[in-house]
Design a protein around this ligand. Sequence first.
Ligand SMILES: Nc1ncnc2c1ncn2[C@@H]1O[C@H](COP(=O)(O)OP(=O)(O)OP(=O)(O)O)[C@@H](O)[C@H]1O
Length: 233
Amino acid sequence: MISVQQLSRVFTTDDVETSALNQINLQVSKGDFIAIMGPSGCGKSTLLNILGLLDKPSSGDYFFQDKRLRFAQQGQVERIRRQHFGYIFQSFNLIDSLTVAENVELPLIYQGVAASERAKRVKQVLAKTSMDHRASHFPKQLSGGQQQRVAVARALVIEPAVIFADEPTGNLDTRNGHDVMNLLAELNEQGSTIVMVTHSESHATYGSRVIELLDGEIVKETRQQPMMELARA
Ligand SMILES: Nc1ncnc2c1ncn2[C@@H]1O[C@H](COP(=O)(O)OP(=O)(O)OP(=O)(O)O)[C@@H](O)[C@H]1O
């Protein structure tokens, strides 16, 4: 699905150069649930942002569905982002002045999907994320856990090839955090490909691959049976 080769990212500020990622090679395959872990500042968010096309590498190659991406062609990058990628952030990033249903509908409007189809799909994903009973509420009227479920619905509504989640449980208490993790695990079981940054070892157990970063390099990768499957076995 996504392959990056010899990927590096250097940030330059006031003549100070920070090497955030150094020669990363990684493949994201269909059905993966990847948990990216590592100490603060090791490059987790930078890697997620580049994989999700929210940032550009300083050097290296990026392939999406076997096609090499040219970062200079902004139109191509934006098209992939809009049509194929869903995003979930720590701070939910919902629009306060829009209802739950309107927030979830937004990516479909950007895609130019017809109104009747939009209504159908919004209804479907709100049911899937158990938020259909709150469709007319505004984000401020929801708990943190519910807001993150709406953000998951918004990521899901375009039926993305990959969902990128940066610390999706970072602003949630333990119970709501596990609730959102269970939802992501369920989506992965149904075929969604997920790449997630987490600080939590227990949340990393939901993934099928754990990638550990240190100083911008992958130092370890573990393949494991995801926790949901373990619970059922
Ligand atoms: N926009 C930027 N400008 C300059 N330096 C940056 C920028 N973004 C990140 N960095 C630096 O790159 C390195 C990696 O940052 P990154 O945010 O990817 O780490 P992280 O592992 O996600 O950290 P955390 O767990 O604390 O969120 C850090 O040294 C950081 O200071």
